[in-house]
Ligand binder design. Structure first.
Ligand code: SF4
Ligand code: SF4
Length: 907
């Protein structure tokens, strides 16, 4: 459609509003209640215009554009009226008290010649500063409704709404209490959209020098963020969202929005250091790299590396290349071993690929979401928003989790199985699907193998037997099976987290799930698929880049042809024998198989199970080189510390949970002498190679893009991606085999990488390696928190996040607490056969009687992994973080007294 605005021609598509046309021309028209990325609300009436041949002054946000329309924004009549509206609006606000010009409203009022409001405000209200990152200042609020819409329609949280009527109308929370008393998760979506600064960050206003679009450094969702650099060279506390990012679509959680300040932590180490006479000595890069190279070169072949799933793909690629091309070993691993290695093992066996098959958008198109052992609201908050949206569209939500999680509020069925009985549960569901003829026989016959043997294995698992083994009512098993196999519309997505993988039977659990997907054909189409939710921001990319001991980059095998390909590229043939996984490396430190380690961006002395044992092992090393931002628990044992640049101080890429490769951009100069990881690893590799008399030329790189190009040249599914293309087009999902390939939304549409999908029969074994007994009568469950990231190494250095979750809280059922004479907030000690920790009781029926939950984060020297069991899954080697037996006792003020008696829980 063609129309004119202020006599300037403009063209807009069908369905556009006049305000869209105004904005297309860049005309500065007030639009206070209009979020640029949301439909119009029509609440503020400041976008008034005049239309030739039409009476009145309509709000342009609600006026459909028509062919031939002649619109004016600047006639005396419309200016007078708009000025009046702005004056009235401005009069709602109280000046002073450090308010900063009232944002967009202040600017619009000034442009319309309003110095001061004509009327006195009718309401006074104290600032609500109960949240750690932002305030709600009702005296600067114009009741436009943008914040409540953001909370309801974007985040689907519903923490704030417009309360009251008339002059008493205000933004508030349920019960009219302080913001901190509400269900608000501090995502900041409301702050980002508020046009007046009524919702604003607590950080004092600063001049912003520049804004750079990059990728969130926390979880595997991979949200786009815009980091702002202040004139004093620091990152602003609040990052903005990126509406055009396909993975996050303008949504963020508290960590991505407010959690990047750890880069400026006072205790960040920004000088290379070597240990001399037991003390750290700052040295030059030359000295530090020489010391590290000398230590590593002494132990070629008895060496292991731990790469970082928080670092970039380029960083990871060079770490594994250092191991394979210089150190003569495939012993390189990363944290996937400790979270999703069972999923990857099972998917490689059954499908031939270890990645999520679908995209996030499929969660919103599916008719059923089965969410297993994944507390997405805490771990992957932006994905949880998509789950809530799916619920609003009518999708059936099946939550499988022994612990109550936020998504249980949306669940049509909540399956609360006994810990460690997942195989029995999924086999019983499969039995229902078979018995009721709900399986996809065509898919099974054409696309899979191993069906008959698998069917024989699941037939004994009737719903009644499933109930006896799992404690889940048979009717719930049947209902969940029906919804998963035959959702009310579209397909079903199977989504799982560490709740089923961190077990001694983690690989069997994963197979039991994958068998359900194969049986029902719920993969390979829009609106269905299989999704292990990846933990760290780049855990997918770290595996893709080859930081696993079992495969070369791109999950390529150690066969002759592939080894020859890598030899041609690197000038050195990689070893053909698989290396050690991280849990075996820890044991290797004790038995001499490992004498030197290179640990990048990881802290095994917080993430390994049974920390006392892990500490003893790592302290045996002859050479430990740690490369990181902070002197964490592992770094304290190191011989050389190499200071790394943080995510906002370097170039590169992350690959998120939906296989989308996205750019990471340098926003700041590296602090002090810190350097990008890829640069440090390349320099280290050259020096080690020279000492060993090996070719060192394979580590000369111009920049991170050159590292990417070498990797993409060796990994067929990345071949079509380059930094330049990502800069131009935004993130791309692999497989992307050619520069003109658009990327791949979902896998397995036509076939599986291994040919046919493979059913793998699994049966229910022992629920766990260690179960409660009279000495240790509780079951311990562990997991993550919304306000901290994993062990908390970086989130503990963000004061606002620490304020939101300052203490280690141990969740315990009120019945058990009564028996132990524990009250909410009481100090409590949790002891296992391996160690103990102290925290504070949180009384909640989120956990069952007899169970306790301790988060992974380390606070006040207490960490869950002092308790956990290093017993591991034989296939994937993942430790059993999710189940062990513990004792719980109050810590009384009179510490010498024997704690209250500890009988059988739940009694
Ligand atoms: S707090 Fe801001 S966004 Fe919310 S209604 Fe008031 S002015 Fe609008
Ligand atoms: S959901 Fe994950 S990637 Fe997105 S902002 Fe939060 S922590 Fe960052």
């Amino acid at each position: 459609m063609r129309l004119t605005i202020d006599a300037r021609p403009v063209e807009v598509p069908e369905g556009a509003t006049v305000l869209d046309a105004v904005n297309r021309l860049g005309i500065d028209l007030p639009q206070l209640c209009k979020d640029p990325d949301r439909p119009p609300l029509g609440a503020c009436r400041t976008c008034l215009v005049e239309v030739e041949g039409q009476r009145g002054f309509p709000a342009s946000c609600h006026l459909p554009a028509r062919e031939g329309m002649a619109v004016r924004t600047d006639t005396p009549g419309v200016l007078r009226l708009r000025r009046g509206v702005l004056d009235l609006t401005r009069s709602m606000l109280v000046a002073g008290d450090g308010r900063d010009g009232f944002g967009q409203l202040g600017e619009a009022a000034t442009r319309h010649g309003l110095d001061a409001p004509s009327w006195a405000p009718l309401h006074r209200s104290a600032v609500d500063d109960s949240k750690s990152f932002f305030v709600l200042d009702r005296e600067a609020c114009i009741l436009c409704g943008r914040c409540t819409t953001a909370c309801d329609d974007v985040q689907r949280i519903g923490a704030i709404s417009l309360l009251g009527r008339g002059h008493a109308e205000r933004v508030g929370v349920f019960g009219d209490g302080a913001m901190a008393s509400s269900i608000c998760t501090s995502c900041g979506q409301c702050v980002a959209t508020c046009p007046t600064g009524a919702l604003r960050p607590k950080e004092a206003p600063a001049r912003i020098e520049r804004r750079v679009e990059t990728t969130c450094p926390y979880c595997g969702v991979g949200c786009g963020i815009v980091s702002a650099v202040r004139d004093d060279g620091r990152l602003a506390v609040m990052a903005d969202d990126v509406p055009q990012n396909h993975s996050s679509e303008g949504m963020l959680c508290v960590k991505g929005r407010f959690g990047t300040g750890f880069l400026h932590a006072k205790d960040r180490v920004v000088r290379p250091m070597v240990r001399r006479d037991g003390r750290w000595a700052p040295v030059s890069w030359d000295e530090a790299l020489d010391a590290a190279a000398a230590g590593l070169a002494r132990h070629r072949g008895r060496f292991g590396a731990l790469a970082s799933a928080k670092a970039t793909n380029e960083d990871g690629y060079l770490i594994q290349k250092l191991c394979r091309a210089v150190m003569g070993t495939n012993s390189v691993d990363h944290c996937t071993r400790l979270c999703h290695s069972p999923s990857v093992e099972a998917m490689l066996t059954s499908m031939g690929s270890g990645a999520t098959s679908n995209s996030y958008v499929d969660y919103e198109e599916a008719g059923c979401l089965m969410i297993v052992g994944a507390d997405a609201s805490a771990n992957h908050p932006v994905i949880a928003i998509r789950f809530r949206r799916a619920h609003a569209r009518g999708a059936r939500i099946v939550v499988v989790n022994p612990k109550r999680i936020e998504l249980c509020d949306y669940a049509h069925v909540w399956i609360r199985q006994h810990p460690g009985t997942d195989v029995a549960l999924f086999n019983a569901m499969a039995r229902v699907i078979l018995a009721e003829g709900l399986w996809d026989e065509g898919f099974v016959r054409a696309r899979t193998e191993g069906f008959d043997a698998w069917r024989a294995a699941v037939l004994p698992y009737t719903p009644e037997r499933g109930e006896a083994l799992t404690g889940v009512p048979a009717a719930d098993i049947v209902q969940a099976a029906r919804w998963y196999a035959r959702p009310p519309f579209a397909g079903s997505c199977l989504i799982w987290g560490m709740g089923i993988t961190q077990h001694t039977n983690g690989t069997a659990n994963s197979h039991a799930l994958l068998n359900l997907a194969l049986l029902t054909g719920q993969l390979g189409k829009p609106g269905n698929g299989i999704s292990p939710l990846r933990g760290q921001n780049n855990v997918q990319g770290c595996g893709d880049a080859g930081c696993i001991p079992t495969n070369l980059p791109g999950y390529q095998h150690y066969d002759d042809a592939t080894l020859a390909k890598f030899e041609r590229a690197w000038g050195v043939r990689p070893p053909a024998e698989p290396g050690l996984v991280v849990t075996d490396m820890v044991e290797g430190c004790l038995d001499g198989r490992i004498r030197a380690m290179y640990v990048v961006g990881e802290n095994p002395l917080l993430s390994e199970p049974d920390l006392h044992h892990a500490g003893k092992a790592i302290s045996q090393l002859d050479c430990l080189v740690v490369q990181d931002l902070f002197l964490h628990e592992t770094a304290e044992l190191a011989h050389v510390f190499l200071p790394a640049a943080g995510f906002a101080e370097k170039e590169g890429t992350f690959t998120n949970s939906e296989r989308r490769v996205q750019r990471v951009r340098r926003v700041l100069d590296p602090a002090g002498d810190a350097r990008p990881d890829w640069w440090i690893t390349a320099e280290l590799a050259k020096r080690v190679a020279r000492r060993l008399g090996l070719p060192a030329g394979g580590f000369e790189y111009r920049d991170a893009a050159a590292v990417w190009d070498e990797m993409a040249g060796l990994v067929p599914f990345l071949a079509g991606i380059s930094h330049a293309r990502l800069d131009q087009e935004g993130g791309l999902q692999w497989p992307c085999p050619a520069p003109d390939h658009p990327g791949t939304r979902y896998l397995y549409g036509e076939s599986f990488p291994r040919g046919l999908g493979k059913f793998v029969p699994v049966t229910q074994g022992e629920a766990a390696a260690e179960l409660p007994d009279p000495d240790y009568p509780f079951i311990l469950n562990t997991g993550r928190l919304l306000y901290h990231w994993h062990g908390g190494t970086i989130t503990r250095r963000v004061p606002g996040l620490l304020e939101l979750e300052p203490r280690l809280r141990v969740a315990i059922h009120p019945m058990d607490a009564r028996r132990l004479r524990l009250h909410d907030g009481d100090a409590v000690r949790v002891t296992s056969r391996r160690g103990e920790l102290e925290g504070f009781a949180r009384l909640t029926d989120d956990v069952r009687p007899g169970a306790v939950f301790v988060p992974f984060v380390k606070l006040a020297e207490s960490a869950a992994n002092f308790l956990t069991n290093s017993a591991h899954d034989p296939t994937s080697k993942i430790p059993e973080y999710k189940v062990c037996a513990v004792r719980v006792e109050p810590v009384r003020a009179d510490a010498g007294a024997r704690p209250a008696s500890i009988g059988a829980p739940g009694a």
